[in-house]
Design a protein around this ligand. Structure first.
Ligand code: GAP
Length: 448
């Protein structure tokens, strides 16, 4: 874990993302908005697939985790109860010469002690800056109409705790999973999509009996690390970081981050939090509703503890792009760019290519592609030399390429080319879908 290395740079990732239609600056034709990004044709596919992958892992593969989708706007009292109105802030300082803003906790000890900015100028006094986006509902902008854009999906699960227990008849321990947009007025947004003001989260709240919280915390900590390994993320680019007392969020008793080794160093990918009974107790207090739980077997009544797993979907997009990116020398002086994305999240699963357009090969290839399309995300490409077509797909992470050539007409076989090894095998057309299905199921990243 200590010797992770990066050959990829953020410049290369941003450039590939733009060039191939993964991610564009928001409102680019107006000069862009640094705190938000637009996901293009390939980026939205990748993000959707990642979301589906998480959803399956965190809901469908469990009997006791259900999904929900709460509104982004909630009753303003939610954010008073949750502690966000009073306490969701970062300390901010300003360079008194350039007016550049910095998060206090992002400065070095020396810069903090000498109150000097990274430019060497004097810094202002640190002051609290609340990250909540505030707006108004309805025609008048008075205090009675204040609403906030949610800074996390979690609260939507807490305020629906009773609804879910009653309608889904869930018994402890059980979880509620959500994916959705979140908004934070971040002091500094940088590193592309790493920290933005508008982002998407994938969070799971696991409600447990008090006293069992530490066991479940350990369980989810391990499970979540395992999830990234299964997704093919390089193990030496992942590590845990335990929050010290000065880092803990206002709601957390214990917290671990799963950190990733980005091109700009180790930073948070996901947070796993033991939120105790803080959230449900506060919502019970502020709403006046009973949010306790009656355990049938023991007839005990208590407020459940919550173990939370919280990750940014958009931040995961950055991680998978950085982790998958490789420049590989395939012959002397010939370097290919390849994204070694897991086949379950790659925007295109199968590229289909006729070797040449003539002699009926294009029509045959198109027919094969249409058949595969029922089950897989396909891309048909008949333009240019076959080697260049392969490279274009390597660069966007397409794991399998199917080529239709003269032999296909003779004996009904096609070539399947594997992105990672560039190996090719001949497969009968009628076995093609089966073969791809089994390759996806048994995928292991080379070298991981
Ligand atoms: N419900 C708990 C919670 O929101 P968090 O650690 O503040 O905890 C969880 O956020 C995850 O959401 C982070 O680990 C990160 O992946 C993502 N995230 C948080 N702020 C973000 C931002 N400004 N831009 C992109 N992703 C962000």
């Amino acid at each position: 874990m200590g010797n992770a290395q990066n050959t990829v740079t953020m410049e290369k990732i941003v450039s590939l993302a733009k060039r191939r239609g993964f991610i564009f600056s928001s409102s680019e034709i107006y000069g862009g908005l640094s705190s938000a990004w637009d996901y293009g044709p390939l980026g939205s596919e990748l993000k959707n697939r990642l979301q589906r992958y998480w959803w399956r892992e965190m809901t469908q593969l469990h009997d006791n985790i259900v999904g929900m989708d709460a509104a982004i706007m909630m009753h303003p009292r939610v954010w008073e109860a949750s502690g966000h109105v009073a306490g969701f802030s970062d300390k901010m300082v300003e360079d008194t010469v350039t007016n550049e803003r910095y998060r206090w906790d992002h400065l070095t000890n020396e810069q903090q002690e000498t109150r000097t900015s990274p430019n060497g100028n004097p810094l202002s006094e640190p002051r609290d800056f609340n990250l909540l986006f505030k707006t108004h509902l309805g025609p008048t902008a008075d205090s009675g109409s204040t609403v906030y854009l949610r800074p996390e999906t979690a609260q939507g699960s807490y305020v629906n705790f009773r609804n879910v227990v009653q309608t889904s008849r869930m018994k402890l321990p059980f979880g509620i999973a959500q994916v959705g947009k979140a908004f934070r007025n971040e002091i500094v947004t940088k590193n592309f999509i790493f920290r933005t003001c508008e982002f998407e989260q994938m969070e799971m709240q696991y409600f447990v009996k008090p006293g069992e919280d530490e066991k479940w915390f350990e369980h989810w900590k391990e499970k979540r690390m395992e999830y990234y390994r299964k997704l093919g993320i390089r193990p030496d680019h992942l590590r845990f970081h335990e929050h010290g007392p000065d880092e803990l969020a206002h709601y957390a008793k214990t917290a671990f981050d799963i950190e990733y080794y980005y091109p700009f160093g180790w930073q948070e990918l996901e947070g796993i939090h033991n939120r105790t009974d803080f959230d449900l107790s506060r919502h019970a207090e502020y709403s006046g509703k009973d949010l306790s739980y009656l355990e049938e077997e023991t007839k005990e009544r208590f407020v459940p503890y919550i173990v939370e797993t919280a990750v940014g979907l958009t931040r995961t997009v950055l991680v998978v792009l950085c982790d998958a990116y490789e420049e590989e020398e395939v012959a002397e002086g010939d370097v290919r760019t390849v994204l070694r994305l897991h086949p379950q999240i790659a925007p295109v699963t199968v590229g289909v290519f006729p070797l040449v357009k003539k002699d009926g090969l294009a029509e045959l290839a198109r027919q094969i592609e249409l058949d595969l399309r029922n089950e897989f995300a396909t891309f048909y490409d008949q333009g240019g030399a076959i080697g260049r077509r392969y490279r274009r797909q390597d660069e966007i992470g397409t794991p399998y390429g199917v080529t239709i050539d003269y032999e296909t007409k003779e004996n009904g076989t096609v070539t399947v080319r594997f992105r990672d090894t560039m190996e090719q095998v001949r497969v009968p057309v009628e076995e093609l879908a089966n073969r791809i299905r089994s390759e996806i199921r048994n995928y292991k990243r080379v070298g991981a």
